[in-house]
Design a protein around this ligand. Structure first.
Ligand SMILES: [Zn+2]
Length: 341
């Protein structure tokens, strides 16, 4: 052993003996997706013991995201990695295996939802999707309640001194999600059932539809890894024409090309249709400090965008007042639909 190796070893022993690990003053937790990071922030509010690192930012597609060297180093140094699961983070699987071997706790947010049997759940689901683990489980707020309870229990096991805080935060958040569900449900179901088709770029919204009584039609499948072809675009054009779909929606984590191609084909036939007033949050939320960077804001903004876009095209829509107890409140400008913009 060289002198430098001896010195390094001695320093490491000294740190272990006296400093403990860096985690002595808290726990390092890594979140893969924006949704996972938001839930960790909500559940750990007031606990002060979690240091949360979020790997994916706003607008990032988790199906395609490759962990960087810095991501792998952060996960390696963490006590716990919280991810979505059901193969959403398709490029992480070998990294997770290696981390688990090194003793890092790898926690799948989807596990309690899968255990509860909410894996399929679509509204009027096509046979092709009936036996598939659809990774987009968070889009039903009732699934997110199960997710929050599951993560709170995992955090409580991991950090027993703060167990009561995690559990109390999960209980309070569950009440917020009840308010969110009722608000979105009243608005989205106010649209006539024959018009309730959500046409999007990829198939992220089956659970959203299951929750609020909408059928889905996506150009791409459940994962953006399968590329959309000319046939997929034509099939969506035919569908939108047959069902008189007034608005098509682009997702913030996916390039708009395919939805625009469908819209142009419809317009070339003289059909009245428009893009949604805003992009929908599909697999990624917005920046953490913004309304759409929270789960509640993300879901509420999607619901508002759908309701307002349909209303702009003449559909009968009832947009309910925001429950005063539900936080965060949508920013004022979200209530004003600029139909001509
Ligand atoms: Zn997706």
């Amino acid at each position: 052993m060289s002198r430098i190796q001896q010195l390094t070893r001695w320093l490491a022993l000294l740190l272990l003996a006296f400093g403990g690990s860096a985690s002595a003053a808290g726990l390092d937790v890594v979140a893969t997706t924006t949704q996972a990071a938001d839930l960790l922030r909500v559940l750990s509010a007031g606990a002060g013991s979690l240091r949360i690192t979020a790997l994916m930012g706003a607008g990032v597609d988790p199906h395609l995201y490759q962990p960087t060297e810095a991501d792998i180093a952060a996960m390696n140094a963490a006590e716990m990695v919280v991810y979505s699961g059901l193969h959403l983070e398709g490029q992480f699987e070998t990294v997770f295996e290696a981390l688990a071997e090194q003793g890092v706790t790898i926690y799948a947010l989807s596990a309690p939802v899968k255990a509860a049997g909410f894996i399929i759940g679509g509204y009027d689901l096509s046979d092709a999707l009936k036996d598939v683990d659809d990774p987009h489980f968070w889009f039903d707020p009732r699934n997110w309640q199960l997710t929050a309870a599951g993560l709170a229990a995992a955090l409580a096991d991991f950090d027993p001194p703060n167990a009561e805080i995690y559990q109390a935060n999960a209980a309070a958040y569950s009440q917020q999600l009840d308010l969110l569900f009722d608000w979105a449900d009243a608005g989205l179901r106010s649209i006539a059932e024959r018009q309730r088709y959500l046409v999007t770029s990829h198939d992220a919204f089956q659970y959203f539809g299951a929750a609020f009584g909408w059928r889905m039609r996506a150009i791409q499948g459940l994962s953006t890894e399968d590329e959309a072809g000319v046939g997929d675009i034509q099939a969506t054009v035919d569908f939108a024409r047959a069902h008189d779909i007034p608005a098509l929606f682009v997702e913030s984590s996916i390039p708009p090309d395919t939805v625009q191609a469908v819209l142009e084909a419809l317009r070339a036939e003289g059909k009245q249709a428009r893009l949604g007033l805003r992009e929908l949050y599909g697999d990624a939320m917005d920046a953490p400090e913004s309304f759409g960077g929270t789960y509640i804001g993300m879901l509420a903004q999607n619901a508002l965008t759908i309701m307002q876009s349909y209303a702009c095209m003449g559909a009968d829509v009832f947009i309910p007042a925001w429950p005063p107890a539900l936080q965060p409140q949508p920013p004022e400008e979200l209530w004003h639909a600029e139909c001509d913009a």
